[in-house]
Design a protein around this ligand. Structure first.
Ligand SMILES: *Cc1c(COP(=O)(O)O)cnc(C)c1O
Length: 392
């Protein structure tokens, strides 16, 4: 029988802080009344800052996958061509979803260990003189691998090509800068259960004027996901159908928490935790799944186990012995890697506990490794503090 706190160290859902749990734990309200209207206005305005936009952000009662679908059905038509990049499992799933709607996806192959190849996108678009490609769709933080792609570089690679830029920030929003407007993105989708520290159940879509213009002429049918209905109701603080009102109280609290800590401090904390986690992995002499240091994820770290060692068995032992959950290897890397999440409501000691469990489990599972990963992570924190003291 497990006792004490469970360590939910998966890269989403991330643990829900007490403050947010308390904010959600309340009676439901009339979603057509004045109390809801104030809440609606509040969260619809507040979420814009996290997306880096002054334009509309639509909130669906749905998982992130709903926002993926909404992005497609509101902007594209059957037979449209789009360009996507195979960064990992989530890019692969979004590509499959698009294909089911009759979208023709040119899926740039990837090895699941790097970010989006912007040069390959530039080359494809340069060849597309007739502008047949209607959208470039990329995943910002590829949660299956731990690579954080450079979205500004993707936009630069697009040059003057008129394709829409759609970005999946489902696991990056609230943990690392998302700059919908500065990137020049047209559709930026996200979810509640990762950097925003909420339970699963809400998804978000920031949209540009160009995306709204595309939604006026595209021909894929939609009803539940329709932006125009949403925008009409949202202008008055309401929703066209019953919103997830208690989760919206949670969102209000999450936005307050991010504002109190300061977004830049939140992002710096994620970088600090990620650096310590990578120091541990290197200290154990194990491989980090992401092979390009420029795109190391601040949100999670994928750890490759040596050949012949099953990552799922490793996770099973860790759960049984130490009451901790890691992210499983997904798709192509199933059984070969496990993922340590360090996002949302995570601090130095939460991560250190997780790394202690990791080092002990490596021992118990008989995975060849060097001692000293935990010590390397601690040094990474103390060195960081020393630097701060010296610069003060
Ligand atoms: C979690 C995740 C998704 C899927 O979101 P759901 O809420 O499970 O539908 C999509 N993309 C990325 C990058 C994710 O991390």
């Amino acid at each position: 029988m497990a006792h004490g706190q469970h360590f939910l160290q998966i890269p989403g859902p991330s643990p829900v802080p007490e403050r947010i749990q308390r904010a959600i734990d309340r009676q439901v309200i009339d979603h057509r009344g004045p109390e809801f209207q104030a809440l609606g206005h509040d969260v619809l305005a507040g979420i814009r800052e996290v997306f880096g936009t002054s334009g509309p952000v639509i909130i669906y009662p749905a998982s992130g996958t709903g926002a993926w679908e909404a992005a497609i059905v509101n902007t594209l038509s059957p037979g449209d061509k789009v360009l996507m990049a195979e960064t990992g499992q989530f890019a692969t799933l979004w590509q499959k979803l698009a294909s089911r709607f009759g979208i023709i996806v040119d899926f740039i192959p990837g090895d699941w260990r790097h970010g989006v190849n912007a040069a390959a996108i530039a080359a494809k678009l340069a060849d597309d003189k007739a502008h047949a490609i209607k959208a470039v769709m990329v995943v910002h933080n590829e949660t299956s691998t731990g690579c954080l792609s450079d979205i500004a570089a993707v936009k630069t690679a697009m040059g003057s090509h008129p394709a829409l830029l759609m970005v999946d920030t489902i696991s990056s929003l609230g943990s690392t800068p998302v700059r919908h407007e500065a990137w020049g993105a047209d559709v930026t989708v996200s979810g509640s259960q990762k950097g925003l520290m909420l339970p699963p159940g809400l998804s978000f879509t920031a949209i540009s004027d160009k995306a709204i213009a595309a939604s006026k002429t595209n021909t894929l049918p939609r009803s539940y996901w329709d932006w125009s209905e949403m925008l009409t109701f949202n202008a008055k603080g309401f929703f066209p159908y019953t919103p997830a009102s208690t989760l919206l109280y949670g969102l209000k609290e999450a936005l307050a928490m991010l504002r109190e800590e300061g977004l830049e401090n939140v992002f710096a904390r994620h970088q600090r935790l990620a650096a310590a986690c990578r120091a541990a992995v290197r200290g154990w002499g194990l491989e980090i799944l992401c092979q390009d240091p420029k795109v190391y994820s601040p949100i999670l770290t994928g750890v490759v186990l040596p050949a012949g060692h099953d990552a799922d068995n490793f996770r099973k032992i860790a759960l049984e012995q130490f009451n901790i959950s890691y992210g499983a290897g997904l798709g192509k890397v199933a059984g070969k890697v496990f993922r340590i999440g360090h996002l949302g409501d995570c601090n130095e000691l939460t991560l250190m506990a997780a790394l202690c469990a990791t080092e002990m489990t490596l021992q118990l599972a008989g995975v060849p490794h060097k001692a000293g990963g935990v010590a390397a992570a601690m040094s990474s924190f103390t060195d960081e503090n020393k630097k701060l003291r010296l610069s003060a």
